[in-house]
Design a protein around this ligand. Structure first.
Ligand code: SF4
Length: 723
């Protein structure tokens, strides 16, 4: 039997190592997938998504470039040459008539780092617009801004070994058991076998994660900062703070302490809707533990005060000196498989490669020099976030919209408004592996992209571990790597010097030079080294071996701020952007399920996962259900100020009274009228620009009279494109 191919799971940010071997000739797929025992992050474990990833890769693929003048016309096949001509003509026209700010690209955490890097060079360098944003904006940008503001640089300080060395895990805004299952497996096993370890889970829902907790704090949505300030109040009062650490390694304590004194237990418990005793127990668990690890995800980040929430959590670590040591620290769990690589490569509209900022003149100069571009080429202000791109389309300020490896016609908030804006676009390029997705409907030009198994590149997981995912099969049809498409456009626009790349290894080698002496220094990492040594964590400067130092950041307690001290923040809670009221009395919260990935582009094409989660639903508490006359399975119409949807009811005590939950996975291809984001709003954190996808106010109306919901059958499994 041939040696297994070692690669990485392309789903979530846990970043599990996979081994791929040829499948049975009569099997569903030509490849079998299993966990890689040698991968340091996952130790051979894999969840259902990773185990079934090979099943969908051959289905419903976009095989050729396709074009139509208007959205009403059918697509027709064109050559790559014609496609590149159309793109370059359009870019030149828009540059001449509207300027560089009218060109926008919206990319994805599904990109490998080499895709991200090449896109930055094309957009921010050659075209002179910072209008590159990625779907990490919806997922992680509050963690990025929180880390930068509190610790001086992005980058989770912790590693997965901390899951097995902590004394107290504090999970807030993360259904880790379902959304980062292998991280949870590691923590749960350790928690079970180590009696003194405490697991605290903060979540309005009784998720599988919360069900495993020693202490579940089912706070009201939007009261996270109240809770965190309330815990700080008790830690200070009980003498569990660390005054020496605070004095030597932080700034801003006085302002923080002043704010916190307004959060006594009785006030906090009332606001959060939890017993005072539960709050006190949480503070006691934190205060009495030698090592405290906090874990968070979208429940904190997807908020109109996301940065403030993240910083309020980091405050607790600074207050108690719980950072820079084994088993301790604030640890964001990334959603996408390579959201971290995107951050390293500058893949948001305010960033440049190597954890640089577009607003920093030295950073711009560093990158312009490296890219052999004239001084002043990179714009000094942040580009448009994805929602600002949507607003730009509404105002006819965008002349070219380029979407790659993501599905905004399901995943963006206020979906009817989003779709109307997409419909206005005069020229949309959609670069994607699959056909159709919900976004296909809004594209003029379709570009077939390779995906996992067909392209080589690196991805970085939540613990800063970089893995090389190598190609092991030929791409279907005329699909090309995302980086190769960006590079070809660059060359055709006259930037041959900037895009000499023949392989992704060459791109990676150029990219890591821009990380030299930066917080994410990975000059010691190359495709070749990853191939021979396996996954490596950064920072790993050139000439260094992988040492224990790289496992955790800030072990020397020197932070990336000008004075080397971490910064306290002082925030009062502002609550939800759209609180419930008489007309819309329920809080809708959205989330993900164990088996499905985002908008189902892959998992909707995987039989086992479709069987696991056959249709959407709405969770509603029995008390609310009774008041509305809703019983299990009834169809419920849900309406917000922006739109409506309908779901069968799942009556459960897992959700608190007054709150309802809907999974975000179902777009128009997979069910009729069941889009969670038809209801959500775009109000965003002012710092991170991350929308509050987690909460909006809605009303519920039972739908009766035999109106059975019409879920679409499986979408076509044959490729239906004309050839
Ligand atoms: Fe893939 Fe995440 Fe599951 Fe690991 S936990 S197998 S990375 S989806």
């Amino acid at each position: 039997m041939s040696e297994p191919i070692k690669t990485l799971c392309p789903y979530c940010g846990v970043g599990c190592g996979l081994e791929v071997i040829p499948g049975e000739p009569t099997g569903k797929t030509p490849w079998q997938v299993r966990g890689d025992r040698d991968h340091p992050s996952s130790l051979g474990m894999v969840c259902v998504k990773g185990a079934t990833v090979a099943e969908s890769i051959g289905k419903d693929r976009l095989l050729y470039p396709m074009w139509r003048e208007t959205l009403e016309q059918p697509f027709r096949r064109i050559s790559w040459d014609e496609a590149f001509e159309k793109i370059c003509d359009r870019i030149q026209t828009v540059l001449q008539t509207q300027g560089a700010d009218a060109i926008c690209m919206y990319g994805s955490g599904q990109f490998v780092t080499e895709d991200y890097y090449t896109a930055q060079k094309l957009m921010k360098g050659c075209l002179g617009t910072n209008n590159f944003d990625a779907n990490s904006r919806l997922c992680m940008s509050s963690a990025v801004s929180g880390y930068i503001q509190s610790l001086g640089a992005d980058g989770p300080p912790c590693c997965y070994d901390d899951l097995e060395t902590t004394d107290c895990a504090f999970i807030i805004g993360s259904n880790t058991a379902e959304c980062h299952p292998i991280v949870f497996n590691r923590l749960r096993k350790y928690h079970k076998k180590t009696p003194h370890v405490r697991l605290i889970v903060v979540d309005p829902r009784t998720t599988p994660t919360a069900a495993a907790a020693d202490l579940h704090l089912a706070i009201r949505p939007g009261t996270d900062i109240d809770l965190l300030n309330g815990i700080a109040y008790l830690l200070i009062q009980s003498g569990h703070d660390a005054p020496d650490f605070v004095a030597q390694h932080t700034t801003g304590f006085a302002d923080f302490a002043e704010v916190v004194q307004h959060y006594p237990p009785s006030v906090v418990a009332e606001r959060c809707g939890i017993p005072v005793e539960a709050l006190e127990t949480a503070a006691r668990y934190w205060g009495e533990s030698a090592r405290v690890l906090s874990l968070w995800s979208m429940g904190m980040n997807q908020s109109s005060e996301g940065t403030a929430k993240v910083r309020s959590l980091i405050n607790l670590h600074l207050l108690t000196g719980q950072i820079g040591k084994a088993g301790a620290g604030p640890f964001s769990l990334t959603g996408q498989p390579n959201a971290m690589g995107g951050r390293e490569a500058g893949g948001l509209s305010h960033l440049l490669p190597g954890y640089r900022s577009v607003t920093n003149p030295q950073h711009r100069a560093d990158v312009e020099t490296a890219w052999q571009l004239p001084a002043g080429r990179i714009a000094p202000q942040p580009g448009r976030s994805v929602w600002e791109m949507i607003v730009g389309l509404e105002n006819d300020e965008v002349g070219l919209f380029w979407i790659a490896a993501t599905n905004p016609a399901v995943s963006l908030p206020d979906l009817e408004r989003t779709k109307a804006a997409l419909r206005r676009s005069p020229f949309t390029i959609y670069q994607e592996a699959y056909h159709p997705t919900e976004t296909t409907e809004y594209a003029h030009l379709l570009l077939p992209a390779t995906q996992w198994s067909e392209k080589s590149g690196t991805m970085t997981n939540s613990e800063r571990c970089v893995t090389l995912a190598s190609a092991f099969q030929v791409a279907p049809g005329e699909a090309r790597e995302d980086w190769a498409i960006f590079a070809e456009v660059g060359r055709r626009l006259g930037f041959a010097t900037q895009f000499p790349f023949q392989t992704s290894a060459e791109i990676h080698a150029e990219f890591v030079k821009l990380t030299r002496d930066r917080p994410c220094d990975m000059t010691g990492i190359s495709h070749e080294r990853l191939h021979t040594a396996g996954p490596l964590q950064w920072p790993l400067p050139l000439g260094e071996t992988a040492t224990s130092q790289a496992k955790r950041l800030y072990t020397d307690l020197k932070f990336h701020t000008p004075n080397g001290r971490a910064r306290f923040s002082a925030y009062h809670s502002r609550g939800l952007a759209e609180p419930p009221d008489q007309q819309f009395p329920f809080i809708l919260t959205t989330g993900r399920l164990y088996g499905h990935w985002h908008t189902q582009t892959r998992t909707g094409r995987t039989d086992k996962i479709r069987q696991m989660h056959p249709h959407p639903f709405i969770e509603i508490h029995p008390r609310d259900a009774e008041q509305l006359g809703i019983v299990e399975g009834d169809l419920v119409a849900v309406q917000s100020r922006r739109g409506s949807a309908q779901f069968p009811a799942k009556v459960t005590r897992a959700i608190a009274p007054g709150t309802v939950f809907v999974p975000m996975h179902w777009g128009a291809l997979w069910a009729d009228h069941a889009e969670a984001n038809a209801l959500t709003h775009p109000a965003a954190c002012p710092d991170s620009k991350q929308p509050e996808l987690k909460a909006c106010s809605v009303m519920l109306v039972p739908v009766r009279i035999g109106e059975a919901i019409a879920f679409s059958p499986a979408i076509k499994t044959e490729n239906t494109l004309p050839v």
